[in-house]
Design a protein around this ligand. Structure first.
Ligand SMILES: [Zn+2]
Length: 256
């Protein structure tokens, strides 16, 4: 009976040790993600046929998005996210939900959609740029980061959006709060005014994604001065590296 009690006690000790060890192991596995194993899908918003907004100098938004999305992918690879890929490198004008479906099919771990911003029509004036009359808006400048509460991983999406906004702000870029204005076409709640994060539940590219997803408006291309800045290699690199640092920070914080 004594021996039986001891063996029973030892068995319990062993069992508890095994459970603790397993819990510890799974804790290690959950804390942080491995950059080389995280597939980050990068989406260049719009496409050649439906190019989005028109910049102050008459350039299509898609040209800005395509260039920056490629820079973001490169910055992610440099940061160790070697599986990073562009959802649609050729540009086939996929609908927003179709982009999310591609990321889902690729079993991506994160989705980052790259856009460049505009403003409501009432804020535009006309200006002559390079000898041509253009519709411009110099009232707003800066970035904005969006997440959708309808995304299946809304909390992780918001965490990523905050990380991206924090890194963009830390790199010296301003946040433009113009999408929060109480006017038709806007009214997006700002959930983090310091990082510059909006909630926009209706964005299909975000809510149709099964992984955490964010949309980044990198800057306001209808603003002549900001368009010039956004077109430089320096600004592209600044934004791309900030996004890569944010993904690194997000990845490090997983499971905490
Ligand atoms: Zn856009």
């Amino acid at each position: 009976m004594g021996a039986a009690r001891w063996s029973c006690r030892w068995f319990s000790v062993l069992l508890i040790s095994a459970v603790v060890a397993l819990a510890g192991l799974s804790g290690v596995a959950r804390a942080g993600c491995k950059p080389a194993e995280l597939l980050v899908a990068v989406d260049a918003g719009h496409g050649p046929k439906s190019p989005g907004a028109t910049s102050a100098s008459g350039q299509p938004e898609y040209a800005f998005n395509k260039r920056l999305a490629a820079a973001v992918k490169d910055a992610l690879v440099q940061a160790g996210f070697t599986k990073a890929l562009l959802i649609d490198p050729v540009g086939t004008d996929l609908p927003p939900a179709g982009r999310a479906k591609r990321a889902n099919a690729a079993k991506a771990g994160l989705l980052i959609s790259i856009h460049h911003d505009s403003a409501q029509p009432q804020f535009f004036t006309t200006a002559v740029i390079d000898g041509k009359k253009r519709r411009v808006c110099d009232r707003f400048a800066g970035y904005g980061v969006f997440y959708s509460q309808r995304n299946r991983q809304a909390a992780a999406s918001l965490a990523l959006a905050r990380a991206v906004g924090r890194e963009l702000a830390a790199s010296g870029l301003p946040f433009s709060p113009h999408h929060a204005a109480d006017i038709p076409g806007e009214g997006r709640p700002i959930v983090d005014p310091i990082a510059g994060v909006y909630r926009y539940d209706g964005l299909a590219v975000l809510h149709a994604a099964s992984m955490p997803a964010v949309l980044v408006e990198a800057g306001v291309i209808v603003n002549p001065a900001e368009e010039q800045a956004l077109a430089t290699d320096a600004r592209q690199t600044q934004t791309a590296r900030a996004i890569a640092r944010a993904v690194t920070a997000w990845c490090r914080d997983q499971g905490k």
